[in-house]
Design a protein around this ligand. Structure first.
Ligand code: AMP
Length: 191
């Protein structure tokens, strides 16, 4: 099993790269943001609970997110490994992920962190907002709130994986293909 945490601020390119890597390495891609949006669209209880946080650019509470992530992992019993996209976003989530994978005799093999300057991120998100239909991409104030939340609560998760020598910083500026190449170089060395 190979389990990857694809990390980065909003707009860093996690979703785009995860789509490419899941095919290339035959892994299951779990995007917690996508699962929340699916639940909002289908008006489930989880969707209703998550919506207000997401619309305001805040994090959905840990326990809600962790329970959801666990059930997504359980749905994929035959997976050869996972790409976690947008999870973990707090140290508590990182600890829960370790517990969950340990119970399956697995582990996180690497955190791949896509890095780009804030102004690039804001521009990408505003551009994406024109077509994504995402409320949280449509408004610069909400975008800046999401970046603030990232630096306040999420960036620290890097140090969790640095301590375990699993942290890899990847330049997130370039063509989609170039960035996939940079990520692949790290993944290929894990095997
Ligand atoms: P994303 O698609 O990763 O940009 O996530 C969109 C929104 O979903 C975030 O701004 C959060 O409100 C929520 N969200 C996604 N993943 C998490 C997570 N791991 N923890 C808490 N909230 C999350």
């Amino acid at each position: 099993m190979v389990n990857l945490v694809l990390f980065g601020a909003p707009g860093a390119g996690k979703g785009t790269q995860a789509e490419r890597l899941q095919e290339k390495y035959n892994l299951v891609h779990i995007s917690t943001g996508d699962v929340f949006r699916y639940n909002i669209k289908n008006k489930t209880a989880l969707g209703k609970e998550a919506k207000t946080y997401i619309d305001e650019g805040k994090l959905v509470p840990d326990q809600v997110t962790i329970n959801m992530l666990r059930s997504e992992v359980e749905k994929n019993k035959d997976a050869k490994g996972f790409i976690f996209d947008g999870f973990p976003r707090t140290t508590a989530q990182a600890e829960s992920l370790d517990e969950l994978l340990t119970s399956k005799n697995a582990k996180v093999d690497a955190m791949l962190a896509l890095e780009a300057d804030d102004e690039i991120l804001v521009k990408r998100l505003l551009d994406r907002g024109k077509s994504s239909g995402r409320k949280d991409d449509a408004n610069e104030e909400i975008i800046r709130k999401r970046l603030e939340v990232y630096y306040d609560q999420t960036d620290i998760v890097k140090s969790y994986y640095q301590k375990e020598n699993k942290f890899h910083s990847i330049d997130g500026v370039g063509s989609i293909e170039e960035i996939t190449e940079r990520l692949s170089k790290v993944i290929d060395q894990l095997k």
